[in-house]
Design a protein. Structure first.
Length: 419
């Protein structure tokens, strides 16, 4: 049995993807605009010793498997293929063919995360965040663009640019939080400070941002100083749990809940409630899982090993329940799944536009992690495997007063800097 025969059995003969192996065998659609190349025996050892997405990821990151053409197109087409039913006899043939490769068990690429300590301890959380975010600010500038926003954008129109969409996302959060001059805002997991900057500059609020990435904190603080906003905004290199101030009018959590761990939701949302004043608002923006029966964490999956160690995605209903369990009243929920697919489309293009520079900056392995991760994530949002929800909640007081208007005004509007 040739390697191409195994591919055809597992992926199907009707995929519009060409497959070429180092043993000279071929399968799939000859001359397709996307091609998967199995370049050496080590690639097969990765597959055989770690079946599934982890083995594929290891082989791709190591350069033993190549996707010729657009990675998103290849992954999307393979997703759409109706997988054949492999007979018991054929499964036995595959096992016999791959058994010698499975015994070799090559070392994983160096880009695979190796974290220590108890899961979600403060020190381990710091390690995990550093693994992903302390890569290179220059690299992130190429991928994310000038906004340095590493969360789902909101596209006002189908032809909006990434920068316009990120600006709209920041402003939508401000509008949902009902920000006004003089208010105090806590930005949990603030990244490079994009939301804090927007809120301070265009809504005249005072913001405190917290991030576990030293590079993010340094970069964000420089942006604050360059814009002359040091009297309104600050970014701390700090665990959010170390923030002692309270009485905030609003808390924004944009892209952090995925890192918290569902077991920690009670303490997480309790902390947020304790930092809000009565009538204050929370905007929780996070990726969720659409299938309520699927496991929420795959510790041996590609994303967990290479991108977000300890990451966990739960259905939005579990997020809402956890918020309400801490006596926060949910006022609004919005699914921005399609917008995240569009965001990833633009990030993927940015990476390809800067590919040679990115490889020189962070190395070929790390660049390949990002290419695979973003392409696969775009497929996930496209196919409704994962979603992005913004949940708005209030610390409603004991008399039932939430501070919400009878109908919040969330439509796009033009904003100008507050002097």
């Amino acid at each position: 049995m040739k390697l191409a025969d195994i591919f055809a059995l597992v992926a199907g003969q009707d995929s519009d993807v060409e497959f070429i192996a180092y043993d000279g065998s071929r399968a799939g659609q000859p001359g397709a605009d996307v091609r998967i190349e199995l370049r050496n025996p080590r690639a097969v050892s990765y597959f055989a010793s770690s079946p599934g997405q982890l083995g594929l990821a290891r082989a791709y990151v190591a350069g033993d498997v190549e996707i010729v053409g657009d990675a998103y197109t290849a992954l999307s087409r393979l997703w759409d293929v109706r997988k054949p039913q492999v007979s018991v006899a054929d499964k036995a043939k595959i096992v016999r063919e791959l058994a010698p490769f499975a015994l070799k068990r090559p070392e994983p690429p160096q880009e695979e995360a190796r974290v220590t300590r108890r899961q979600h301890s403060r020190k381990r959380d710091a390690e995990v965040i550093s693994h992903h975010y302390d890569v290179s600010n220059t690299f992130y500038e190429w991928v994310l663009g000038p906004s340095m926003a590493y969360t789902c954008a909101v596209y006002p129109t189908l032809d909006s640019t990434l920068e316009q969409a990120q600006e709209e996302k920041f402003d939508l959060v401000c509008r949902k939080l009902g920000l006004e001059p003089g208010m105090r805002v806590l930005d949990i997991g603030c990244g490079w400070g994009g939301f804090s900057l927007h809120a301070a500059q265009y809504y005249g609020v005072t913001t405190i941002g917290a991030t576990l990435s030293a590079q993010q904190a340094e970069y964000g603080q420089r942006r604050i100083e360059a814009l002359g906003l040091s009297d309104r905004a600050q970014i701390r290199f700090s665990d959010y749990r170390a923030v002692q101030e309270s009485g905030f009018d609003a808390v924004a959590s944009i892209g952090l809940t995925e890192h918290i761990g569902s077991k920690n939701y009670p303490s997480y949302f309790s902390f947020i409630r304790s930092r809000l004043k009565p009538g204050g608002r929370l905007l929780n923006h996070c990726i969720t899982r659409s299938d309520t029966k699927e496991r929420t964490q795959n510790i041996n999956g590609f994303i967990n090993r290479y991108v977000f160690p300890d990451g966990e995605l739960v259905p939005v209903g579990q997020i809402i329940e956890a918020i309400e369990q801490e006596q926060l009243e949910v006022q609004h929920d919005e699914n921005l799944r399609v917008h995240y697919a569009m965001t990833l489309r633009d990030w993927c293009q940015n990476l390809e536009d800067h590919w040679d520079e990115a490889v020189a900056e962070v190395g070929p392995g790390k660049a390949r992690v990002w290419r695979l991760y973003m392409a696969a994530s775009r497929v996930g949002f496209d196919k409704n495997v994962i979603q992005l929800h913004q949940v708005l909640a209030t610390r409603t007081d004991s008399e039932g007063v939430s501070g919400m208007p009878i109908r919040p005004q969330l439509e796009t509007r033009t904003v100008t800097p507050v002097v």
